[in-house]
Design a binder for this molecule. Structure first.
Ligand SMILES: [Zn+2]
Length: 138
């Protein structure tokens, strides 16, 4: 039996670092709000698709370095925020938050990371809630 959650509930139980940015991405790219019951906590494979090619920025490099040592000590890192769905050259997930964690895990050879995954109109998940005509009218 699948229990769906909302992003609001997940954020309350385990605060996400850039929640504002995640909400923006969800609204702009997926027409969905934090109230859509499409979320599941999963352990996702660390694949090459979300890897930042160019970690040119010094801060980025430092952040990844800190996360790598956290992973090595088996410390809990905040969950990634992903949207499930096949995209032509990006694999099975789109990343809304956590690219530094993803890079660190990749460099450490970690196989899976905890993530919040949205199934919007896939895997039995609901359609985008901002498409609802009643909401659109108001
Ligand atoms: Zn899905």
């Amino acid at each position: 039996m699948t229990t769906w959650s909302t992003l609001a509930v997940l954020h309350w139980s385990e605060p996400c670092k850039d929640y504002g940015a995640v909400l923006d991405g969800l609204a702009v790219l997926y027409n969905s709000t934090e109230e859509l019951r499409c979320w599941k906590a999963e352990a996702v494979p660390v694949d090459r698709f979300q890897i930042m090619d160019d970690l040119g920025d010094h801060d980025d490099t430092e952040r990844v370095k800190r996360l790598r040592s956290a992973l090595r000590r088996n410390e809990l890192v905040p969950p990634l925020v992903l949207v499930h769905g096949l995209t032509p050259d990006r694999g099975n997930y789109s990343l809304l938050d956590g690219c530094h964690r993803f890079n660190a895990a990749h460099q450490e050879g970690t196989e899976r990371l905890p993530a919040w995954v949205a199934h919007i109109d896939c895997c039995g998940g609901p359609p985008p809630d901002m498409d609802d005509p009643e909401l659109a009218e108001g």
